[in-house]
Design a protein. Structure first.
Length: 328
């Protein structure tokens, strides 16, 4: 298989798609349409600079999470026919989302060193196959806790839009699927092809893998992208509180620099904001569950129910028991 270092020399960028049951239609459509529009001029849709197939163990229709069905366009041909194989996930259901033949095909592709990309919860599929253990995985903030619970030894983050770590890629899903596809187009075809695709899609610019997911914990407003990343990390680590030094290091700052940024933009220290996020999570659990207070205290990072209750009263003006009783 020829190198794709310079795709203009060796023909079309070739991508194989594997769609899980209940896959996210928007993520798949944005990814494949970015390839389509980058492959030709304007919106002619010729497969000149890129080509793709939806792969399947059968030709049965695959139903997306919204009910729209897509038919595979190819059987499982040699993985070396593709430069990337993209696995598109969707709803996290307890039942199997791909069959055994599909699993074996993905493993075969990995064995042949074909880069694999998980879109949306497609990363869960790759992780279940043991293919993400040594690769940094990017998931949506919505799925971060579930991923950590299912794959506690796998490195994961929920603040970035997408990531390409050696032979594995991962993408939070939604509109960021277009960003990741644009990244591949720019790398393997050209900047002009990327620009053409984005302009036709009415996307002003492609976001990079360093851009932050558009998530505002507790609707906290801030402009600095590093603060947004720290806030998402705080929200993702409620039980195991991350030290301020580590939060700062994760965005390339010293502790003092991070504290200065927090005071400038939010008029509060990182610790105070972290406590607020944890207490809001506790309030949600008090109102929406019947869990014992000690369990809630542990879930939001407190070893003592009494300490938790005192802080809760200080923040909300009443104890967890009083709040739960008032809203019963």
């Amino acid at each position: 298989m020829k190198s794709v270092k310079d795709e203009s020399k060796y023909g079309a960028l070739k991508v194989g798609f594997i769609l899980a049951r209940s896959f996210t239609l928007s993520a798949f459509a944005l990814f494949v349409d970015t390839l389509r529009l980058a492959s030709d001029e304007a919106d002619k849709s010729g497969r000149v600079l890129a080509d793709w197939h939806v792969l399947g163990s059968t030709r049965h229709l695959i139903t997306s999470s919204c009910g729209v069905q897509v038919a595979p366009t190819s059987d499982f041909i040699d993985p070396r026919e593709f430069h990337y194989i993209v696995v598109v996930g969707g709803l996290l259901k307890p039942d199997i989302t791909i069959d055994n033949q599909t699993s074996e095909y993905i493993r075969k592709a990995a064995g042949q060193k074909i880069p694999l990309i998980g879109i949306c919860t497609g990363t869960f599929i790759l992780a279940r196959l043991g293919l993400m253990k040594t690769h940094q995985t990017c998931v949506s903030w919505l799925h971060y806790q579930v991923y950590r619970e299912q794959f506690p030894d796998n490195p994961v983050r929920s603040d970035r839009l997408f990531n390409l770590d050696r032979s594995r890629g991962s993408c939070a899903g939604g509109s960021s699927a277009a960003d990741m596809a644009a990244f591949l187009v720019r790398r393997h075809i050209s900047i002009d092809a990327e620009r053409n695709a984005l302009e036709v899609l009415q996307i002003e610019r492609a976001r990079s893998g360093l851009d932050i997911q558009p998530r505002k914990p507790l609707a906290i407003q801030c402009q600095d992208s590093r603060l947004k990343a720290v806030l998402i990390t705080m929200e993702s680590h409620i039980e195991n509180v991350v030290p301020t030094e580590d939060l700062a290091a994760s965005v390339g700052l010293s502790r003092r620099q991070l504290e200065r940024l927090f005071m400038e933009e939010m008029k509060a220290s990182p610790g105070a904001i972290y406590t607020r996020i944890r207490m809001e999570r506790a309030k949600h659990l008090v109102l929406q569950t019947q869990a014992p207070l000690i369990e809630i205290a542990i879930e939001v990072g407190f070893g003592s129910a009494s300490h938790f209750a005192r802080l809760f009263r200080r923040v909300f003006g009443q104890s967890p028991t009083e709040l739960r009783r008032a809203h019963a």
